[in-house]
Ligand binder design. Structure first.
Ligand code: SF4
Length: 487
């Protein structure tokens, strides 16, 4: 059970419990594999799987999961008449009379009603700011709000009104409008003009230390709301449970193999000596931590990484003389009052200048670093790390496509001529080996610094407007939160 994440662990635990139950069956006669699998499937389906969640200020919970919890704010959705109270769903193989005689839980509508009343009572007693909502149309059928909820709100409103009437008989329009919003958060008196207010500012950042690299800068550049939601509200895209290694694991293995090799073979002379046996040895060493996986899978992975490393080394040996001076090195970058913690894959020295190389296991180009405004601030941020940096590069090491893309001053050029697999641009975005740049490397770096400082200041001030760049929404997991499609 090593090397599995928490949800997988809890899933495995559930399965082991059912296997124990199977083993403890009183009936000692043998059962077939099919019967055993049916038993497991049936029992696993019956048992709700509710993995333990990480602590978070905002929780999205099922109705049952709210039992016993306390909240400061609670938004209960799906409160239509057809959903709350819900309809009792008696197992079709158990006659209702038997279910009632033996007191099976929630076996008739009276029990459902009681259950809903208790749940509602619990929500109301939490002292939370409480909102209820329901969808007006579901599967093309118009829906009504839950009567139970409406009654509760009306009772609460009349109690409040009685209390208020005793102190004053006249109410301002604003107070009356507030009473309406008690019934439904979007309910307003007829004739009231709705005013739409765009509020794109969250709270200012209290802690100026930013962990996790330049990802937040990239999100801020492409959609400030996404940056705020993922980095400030913690709404990162959850990583899917997996049986084998996912793209992140496989990328990490490749990174680690390259890191290990570069720690041993750390300049342009020794890199030529890396042989097949050494690469394979490093692959096996790195993949050892995944020892629970089938051996054929591991063998394929060793082969895959070995091929990629060989293709990468074929590029390395074409380079101008270099010396690796930093591997997985930590840096801090101060921008606009914030401090970004960065970990750099590799720093190489060339003629007393430095170039920074970032390994990628997918194809990355410098288009986003050269665009105006910058849409991918990673390489520009790396260029700001020291006055000695004269070139910044993505090393894309992916199946069928191993290449280097970068932007550099001539002194930070990796190759003396335009070699296949190297795409190196001057600060103007033209081929470094064949075109003059109108602006110098230092001017470009200064321009990047201004742009990135502005982004950092936006992050610090809590700027969070829904303003995506052209392709930002394509693979974003937040469409239902930002409601970009409703605009
Ligand atoms: S879906 Fe688009 S607009 Fe919404 S948060 Fe993501 S990038 Fe921004």
């Amino acid at each position: 059970m090593s090397n599995i994440n928490s949800i997988q662990y809890q899933a495995a635990h559930s399965i082991f419990t059912q296997l124990d139950n199977l083993a403890n069956l009183q009936n000692q006669s043998k059962i077939s594999l099919r019967q055993a699998l049916d038993f497991l499937e049936f029992n696993l389906e019956q048992k709700p799987f509710a993995p333990q969640r990480q602590a978070s200020p905002i929780q999205v919970l099922g109705l049952l999961e709210t039992t016993g919890l306390r909240f400061s704010h609670l938004w209960v959705c799906g409160m239509s008449a057809s959903n709350f109270p819900s309809t009792s769903q008696l197992n079709p193989f158990i006659p209702r009379s038997v279910a009632e005689e033996f007191g099976l839980p929630r076996c008739n509508q009276d029990q459902e009603l009681e259950f809903a009343q208790r749940t509602l009572g619990h929500w109301r007693s939490c002292g939370a700011e409480l909102h209820f909502s329901y969808t007006q149309i579901d599967n093309d059928s118009p829906q009504l709000p839950s009567k139970l909820v409406l009654d509760a709100i009306n009772n609460a409103t009349s109690e409040t009104e009685e209390a208020e009437n005793s102190s004053t008989n006249s109410k301002s329009n604003e107070q009356q409008a507030a009473d309406y919003s008690l019934r439904h958060p979007l309910m307003v008196r007829q004739g009231t003009d709705l005013e739409f207010v765009e509020d794109g500012i969250g709270t200012a950042l209290a802690d100026p230390h930013i962990k996790g690299g330049t990802g937040i800068l990239k999100n801020q550049a492409n959609c400030p709301f996404k940056a705020y939601a993922t980095s400030r509200l913690g709404l990162k895209q959850p990583r899917a449970a997996k049986d084998f290694l996912d793209a992140i694991d496989r990328g990490n293995s490749l990174h680690k193999v390259l890191e290990n090799l570069m720690r041993i073979y750390s300049d342009s002379d020794t890199v030529k000596q890396i042989g097949a046996a050494e690469i394979e040895k490093q692959c096996r060493l790195v993949l050892k931590k995944h020892r629970g996986l089938p051996s054929t899978f591991i063998e394929n992975e060793v082969q895959r990484i070995t091929d990629l490393v060989n293709q990468w080394l074929a590029l390395e040996i074409q380079r101008r003389p270099f010396k690796v001076s930093g591997i997985e090195q930590n840096f801090e970058l101060d921008l606009g009052g914030l401090t970004f913690a960065l970990k750099i894959d590799r720093v190489d020295e060339i003629d007393q200048q430095e170039v920074i190389i970032d390994y990628k296991s997918n194809k990355n180009t410098v288009k986003g670093a050269l665009s105006e405004p910058v849409s991918d601030p990673q390489l520009p941020a790396y260029a700001l790390l020291s006055g000695k940096v004269a070139g910044v590069y993505f090393a894309s090491i992916k199946d069928q496509d191993v290449s280097i893309d970068g932007i550099a001053d001539p002194s930070g050029n990796l190759v003396a001529s335009s070699n296949k697999g190297f795409s190196i641009k001057n600060p103007d975005g033209k081929n470094l080996n064949s075109a003059e740049s109108h602006i110098s490397w230092n001017e470009k770096v200064a321009k990047w610094k201004l742009e990135l400082t502005e982004l950092a200041q936006d992050i610090a001030s809590g700027k969070a407007d829904v303003a995506p760049s052209k392709d930002a929404c394509k693979y974003c997991h937040l469409t239902s939160l930002c409601r970009i499609n409703a605009q």
